[in-house]
Design a binder for this molecule. Structure first.
Ligand SMILES: Cc1cc2nc3c(=O)[nH]c(=O)nc-3n(C[C@H](O)[C@H](O)[C@H](O)COP(=O)(O)OP(=O)(O)OC[C@H]3O[C@@H](n4cnc5c(N)ncnc54)[C@H](O)[C@@H]3O)c2cc1C
Length: 580
């Protein structure tokens, strides 16, 4: 295999919002490259619709402490409160900075940035829904991604587009660089670098019905996990209440922020029973559970009683077209329904990973549950767990997280690079990967062990056993299925043996990461014998603060998972019963 050698001070893996924001911070002071398996503006950040929260108080009185209160309560008290304070306080400057870089936010009559309501965001610690989400129609993520990418281009940031990082080199606890596969040619590239930030996004593809792009396979968390680094809070995976029925394509919570209502088959606004004060604008974990409960009680619509309706019809054509144009288009295209006149069939869809690579508030990757760090390795964005979202993220807090903590990871790279010297990494660093790829190329293909077959069994079974409601029984069942899939994965084969755009080869390697994400999710969920945020155990329906006010840390232990725990960092908000 051809091996190409590069030398940089810093590498950022991923060109979504988190990676690009880190790059803007790091680029001026070091030789930096951004490596991305997708063309940068195709990153999933570009699919984000509804908004990014900051207590700008453009519509009504607001302050960042109320935003912090909501975030902690939304997290079911599992978020680390000092980190949440940083998120909510720095949100305001983060939005203003994006505005100054040219982001075309929607505006109020006064010319100020418009703000809308979103689930779980309130004024005065729960008094009423807050107008806090800054937005650009329902294309907020697209605008953030374009703005950050343009800024990077104007700064001359060097990009390696359609290069997939498949190995990180860490020696004696110190980062040496990464190895990447050039998708167009099949060549391997060794990137020597003493600081590497992982901003590879989420892993919603462990589930069948998901709002996530095909590329969201947990590469960063998987790569680090395989090197002995733990993954934090993997049992907490968010299901968004309003995915298009069967397809999982997201219909933003902005639809409910603008006044949309969920109804069951009888037309009843059922959220009045589950969250009497803020109703359809309750946090996502509660709304998704309410939908699942309505469906299992026989109140779902359709021939199989397996969906509910999102009703926008009372909002009027003008508001719908002005504020929700993209999702209206999705509904027309994919379900042939006219949302101005008819309610839309929806069901919860796998959406967001609260867990991931553990970091401190400066993006430094933790090597264990006792606070150890790995020199030179950073993580930010959905791949990371700071933890600001705890057991359940509030809508609009991820676009915020990626810019606030992307910037902080970039700053940490700057500090580290300025205080260390380059150390060489030679071509032999590609040997492990080269052998792995040769293994795939040499093995004869059989359909029984195809990537697609193992992956779809993984997605179907996770959907069945580890979704919104879980129990010892379903999780034990899934543990067995995963160990069988893991055995079969050892024999996985590919039919495409070419070097040019060999997506089958890359998907075979990604499947390994997906299995890691599923293993750690299920093992952490089995051990957490309580219900908190997005993790609902039918056999342990209550939150247990005495035993489980803790973050889980999942370590790889051969083919199994070893769990450790770390206390939650509390702050000014005492854990309370979570009522809305
Ligand atoms: C449909 C949808 C709507 C959403 N709406 C909102 C919203 O309104 N508000 C909100 O706050 N949040 C929203 N979210 C969540 C939010 O958009 C994401 O959590 C966030 O954008 C993730 O950003 P990121 O930079 O961490 O990762 P991404 O934007 O996913 O980028 C990941 C990057 O990593 C690269 N990459 C991955 N693996 C590799 C590898 N092995 N080698 C090289 N490169 C690699 C990819 O090429 C890509 O550039 C939404 C999510 C979805 C799916």
């Amino acid at each position: 295999m051809k091996i190409v050698k590069h030398s940089f001070d810093g590498i950022i893996v991923g060109a979504g919002g988190a990676g690009l924001r880190a790059a803007i911070e790091a680029a001026p002071t070091m030789k930096l490259a951004v490596i991305t398996k997708l063309y940068p503006t195709r990153s999933h950040t570009g699919a984000a619709q509804g908004g990014m929260s900051a207590a700008l108080a453009n519509v009504e009185e607001d302050n960042w402490n109320w935003h912090a209160f909501d975030t902690v309560k939304g997290s079911d008290y599992l978020a680390d409160q000092p980190a949440v304070d940083i998120l909510c306080k720095e949100a305001i400057d983060a939005v203003v900075e994006l505005e100054h870089w040219g982001l075309p936010f929607s505006r109020l009559e006064s010319g100020k940035i418009a703000q809308r309501r979103f689930g779980g965001h309130t004024v005065k610690e729960g008094a009423a829904p807050a107008f806090r989400a800054c937005y650009a129609a329902d294309r907020t993520g697209h605008m953030i991604l374009q703005t950050l990418y343009q800024k990077c281009v104007s700064m001359g940031v060097e990009f390696f587009d359609e290069f997939q990082v498949l190995d990180i080199k860490i020696e004696d606890g110190v980062c040496k660089g990464v190895v990447a596969y050039e998708i167009a040619t099949g060549d391997l590239h060794v990137f020597e670098a003493r600081a590497v930030t992982f901003a590879t996004g989420g892993f919603g593809k462990i589930f069948k019905v998901s709002s996530n792009a095909h590329s969201l396979t947990g590469d960063g968390p998987g790569m680090l996990y395989q090197k002995g680094i733990p993954l934090e809070d993997m049992e907490f995976y968010q299901f968004h209440p309003t995915g298009i029925y069967r397809l999982g394509i997201l219909l933003s919570e902005a639809a409910r922020g603008e006044g949309g209502i969920l109804r069951n088959k009888d037309g009843e606004r059922f959220m009045e029973r589950y969250a009497p004060s803020i109703k359809d604008l309750a946090p996502r974990d509660m709304v998704s559970r309410a939908i699942a409960t309505e469906i299992s009680a026989g109140n779902g619509a359709g021939p199989n009683n397996d969906y509910v309706f999102l009703d926008l019809t009372h909002l009027g054509e003008e508001a719908i077209m002005k504020k929700l144009p993209d999702i209206t288009d999705f509904v027309r295209t994919y379900v042939k329904i006219e949302p101005i006149n008819d309610p839309i069939p929806v069901q919860p869809t796998a959406h967001y990973a609260m867990g991931g690579i553990p970091t401190d508030v400066n993006g430094r990757v933790l090597s264990d549950h006792k606070g150890g760090v790995i020199e030179g390795v950073y993580a930010a964005g959905e791949a990371a767990c700071v933890s600001v979202h705890g057991a359940n993220r509030l809508g609009t807090n991820s676009l915020l997280d990626i810019v606030v903590f992307g910037k902080r990871a970039g700053q940490s790279m700057v500090d580290y690079v300025s205080s260390t010297k380059a150390s060489p990494l030679n071509e032999s660093a590609a040997d492990d990967l080269s052998n792995k790829i040769s293994g795939f190329m040499e093995k004869e293909h059989t359909t029984e062990f195809s990537v697609a077959k193992i992956r779809s069994e993984l997605q179907d079974s996770m959907e069945e056993n580890a979704k919104i409601f879980r129990s010892k029984e379903t999780l034990d069942n899934q543990t067995e299925i995963l160990s069988d899939l893991r055995e079969r994965y050892k024999n996985v084969t590919i039919s495409d043996k070419s070097k040019v755009f060999n997506s089958e080869l890359l998907e075979a390697i990604e499947l390994d990461y997906l299995l890691d994400m599923a293993d750690t999710t299920v093992a952490s969920a089995l051990a957490r014998k309580e219900s908190r945020g997005a993790h609902s155990r039918e056999d342990y329906p209550d939150r247990d603060d005495t035993k489980f006010m803790k973050h889980s840390f999942a370590f790889k232990n051969g083919d199994s998972v070893k769990l450790e725990y770390k206390d939650v960092e509390l702050g000014k908000y005492e854990p309370m019963e979570r009522k809305y």
